[in-house]
Every structure is written in structure tokens, then in C-alpha cells.
Design a protein around this ligand. Structure first.
Ligand code: ADP
Ligand code: MG
Length: 241
């Protein structure tokens, strides 16, 4: 029964997401189609419009990626090195950061901390958070990625010195398709909150307008491989019932 309930909750979420995505994809598709027609007619110079078109295609790609990583069954739960995942994410985000001269600084170099989870989903979450942090940052500022060890959890903090989130908007973070960006989807955080929820963790956000924002992701610790196996078989047993 628990398994069914989880599945139907997921299906409902996927339905809600797809409806939003279909709506969101319509606009870039219409504009791409329009530009293509103008190009065919020779009315515009193609190279002037390549950046706009690429941005639109990238936005659609981001939406479908977020959607896919959520819809995929979460069976691949294993012991994962969260510090390695964070390093991979930071490497992927480097180009993005360099464009704004934003430095990404971490506090865990050389350390190996383990959680249990799905690698591509965890990557997705931290990619969304680091990308948002860079996007919120002023030129030449810093984004910090810190891991703090607690008794049963790791707290992973993504900290920026950017524009912050207004107090009255904080409750909308991670809900619905809230976005303040021209080319935003409002999907990144919604999917991230869901993924962390499915990992028995939580996300909190601390923000001050004009000062910056801190996203704190808490994930259950996995100290030894036996811990993980027990943890995993516990879940499997629950699901199998
Ligand atoms: P998107 O980035 O496509 O807008 P997200 O779900 O990733 O969608 O983020 C939703 C909104 O939350 C953003 O548009 C922005 O207004 C706000 N937000 C998220 N992260 C930050 C941050 N680090 N600083 C300021 N605002 C943020
Ligand atoms: Mg985003």
C-alpha cells in the first residue's frame, strides 16, 4: 500500500510538472519557429539570432532534464560520496561561474563524506542550487559550498552574496513554478525539494535582501558500508510489504 501511495503521489507530481512544462515549452517553440521562418525567407541574418535561439533551446533542455531526472525510478540507491558529487557539480558549473568572475569556494577539500542516494538526482539538486547561487551573484563575488558534519546528518550549504529573496516570497520557494528570471523555469527548486524529500532529507533557506542567500540541504549520514546496506534493505523491505 505504501508503495502504491508513493507511486501515485509521484504520478500526480509528474502530471503536474508535465502540464507546466508543456505550457512553458510552447513559448520558446513558437519563437524558434518564428525565427526559422524569417531566416528561410532571408529576412534576418542567422548569426545574429544564434545566441537567442541557443538560449531558448537550452531552456527547453533544462526543463526536460529536470523532468526526466524526477520521473526516473529511484532504484539506484547506493552509498555515495557526497563530496565527490559536489566536486563534479562545481566542475560542471565552472564555465558558468567564470563568465561572471564568480569564485566557488569549498570547505571540504580532501574529505570524503558519504550519504546514501541516487547519484544523478543528487547531482541535479546541487547543480540547481549552485546555478541559482551563481545567477544571483554580483560579478566578482564568491559562492561557498560547505559541508558540515552533524550527529546523524550532513548539512550541505550553498551560500551566495547575491540579491537575496524577499521575505514574502520565501514560502513560494520550492513550490509551484515560482521564478523571477526572464528565461527561468521555476522548476529547479521544485524538483530539488522533491528529490531531497525522497532521500529522507530536507532543504531550508535563509535569505536577506541585498546580502545573500543560503540553501541548507540536510542528508542522512552513511558512515560505514554496513550502515548503508542496512539502510537500503530497510527501505526495500518496507517497499516490498
Ligand atoms: P529558475 O532558476 O529557473 O528561476 P528555480 O526553481 O531554480 O527556477 O528558482 C526559482 C526562483 O527562486 C528563482 O527565479 C529566484 O527568484 C529564486 N532563487 C533561487 N535561488 C536563489 C538565490 N540563490 N538567490 C536569490 N534568489 C533565488
Ligand atoms: Mg534555477
Amino acid at each position: 500500500a505504501e508503495k502504491l501511495a508513493m507511486q501515485s503521489e509521484k504520478l500526480a507530481m509528474v502530471g503536474e510538472l508535465s502540464a507546466g512544462i508543456v505550457h512553458e515549452i510552447k513559448n520558446p517553440l513558437t519563437s524558434i519557429k518564428g525565427f526559422l521562418q524569417l531566416m528561410k525567407a532571408g529576412a534576418i541574418d542567422m548569426k545574429d539570432y544564434v545566441p537567442i535561439l541557443s538560449a531558448e533551446v537550452e531552456r527547453m533542455e533544462a526543463m526536460t532534464m529536470n523532468m526526466l531526472s524526477f520521473a526516473k525510478p529511484q532504484e539506484d540507491i547506493k552509498k555515495r560520496c557526497i563530496t565527490k558529487i559536489l566536486d563534479d557539480v562545481i566542475l560542471l558549473m565552472e564555465v558558468h561561474a567564470n563568465k561572471k568572475n564568480v569564485q566557488i569556494i569549498c570547505n571540504y577539500s580532501g574529505k570524503e563524506y558519504f550519504v546514501w542516494g541516487n547519484e544523478s538526482q543528487l547531482k541535479q539538486v546541487f547543480m540547481n542550487l549552485v546555478k541559482n547561487a551563481i545567477e544571483a551573484s554580483q560579478k566578482c563575488s564568491s559562492v561557498y559550498v560547505k559541508v558540515e558534519e552533524e550527529q546523524f546528518h550532513y548539512s550541505i550549504k550553498v551560500i551566495d552574496e547575491g540579491n537575496g529573496i524577499p521575505k514574502d516570497k520565501l514560502s513560494q520557494i520550492g513550490q509551484s513554478f515560482y521564478t523571477t528570471k526572464d528565461k527561468g523555469t521555476g522548476l529547479g527548486l521544485m524538483v530539488s525539494y522533491r528529490i531531497i524529500d525522497h532521500h529522507q532529507g530536507d532543504i531550508r533557506v535563509d535569505s536577506e535582501l541585498g546580502k545573500g542567500t543560503t540553501f541548507i540541504v540536510r542528508l542522512p549520514k552513511c558512515q560505514t558500508s554496513t550502515d548503508c546496506k542496512e539502510e537500503k534493505s530497510d527501505i526495500t523491505r518496507k517497499k516490498d510489504r
